[in-house]
Design a protein around this ligand. Sequence first.
Ligand code: MN
Ligand code: MN
Length: 335
Amino acid sequence: MVSYRWLVWVGIVVIGSCVVPSGEQPPLMPQSDLSTLPPCVDDDCNCGDFRDQALAQAVLEAFPEDPFVLDQDDNGIACESLPPVSSGLDPAVPLSNSPHLALGNPSNAGTGNLNNYLIERSQYALAYNRDRGTANWASWVLSADWLGDTDRQDNFRQDGGLPAGVYQVTPNDYRSTGYDRGHIVPSGDRTRSVQDNSATFLMTNILPQAPENNRGIWRELEEYSRDQVYQFDKQLYIMAGGYGEQTTLANSRVTVPSRLWKIIVVLDPGETVDDIDLGTPLIVVDMPNQDTNSPDWRTYQTTVDRLELATGYDFLSQVPLAFQDILESAPYEVP
Ligand code: MN
Ligand code: MN
């Protein structure tokens, strides 16, 4: 009897571990090509990750058994509370001559839409979103010219450069929320002068970031980027931002993005956007804004095409057309 019971227990454990391997996600069996789905399917999608219901529905239909639980009421429709379809890009704007926008203006940010409001500074460019209380994205060049020995200024403050009537998020809006004031353009990327470093502490360049993410994996990617400049004398074009919603802060004045992304184009000094070709390293990551991420940012590499699907933006529009489509669709594995 004893050995029989033992065999039954062994059987349960063996069968159980086949169904759901312990410590791993349930097996995912997408019926569509992953390259046509947003990056969250690589780790864990939530309804807040999708810009519209149509995209959530595409994910639901690609995975039998609804592993991400997008259809809680089991009626075949994912994430009913999302808008049916998202509005398209804002109309095209004249191309800026800012060096920080050399790759393009991915959301056609300008001055007509307060949720896609272009702020150009000598240190970076960003598209601010009034309703979210954060930038949609920021874009900046990182080269040896920008790096010096200026101390971190730590002067988080409201951005008085916003148009009149737009609420200016304050450092206090993040206090006791459990989220870090996460830089989009890192303080460490602007150390040439006090003025440059201070520009990164304006609250328009800050988003609410899970502390372990900010101080761990995200910081490591920032340091990897600066190492490309310090050690290999590279010049980088970088864009980063957040999308989706996991919660809000400060009486809904600040939306906490559910996903964080970054694009890094690695060039040699003196090269311009016109020198980008199929040999140009292109690092693209999209990760959950959570404390529980994998410790290696390489885990979250994706393609520009999939990031465009998730965000609705058009990245790399100024990259030579001969290479743009191929670079955007090809996964680049960081060595
Ligand atoms: Mn940070
Ligand atoms: Mn594009």
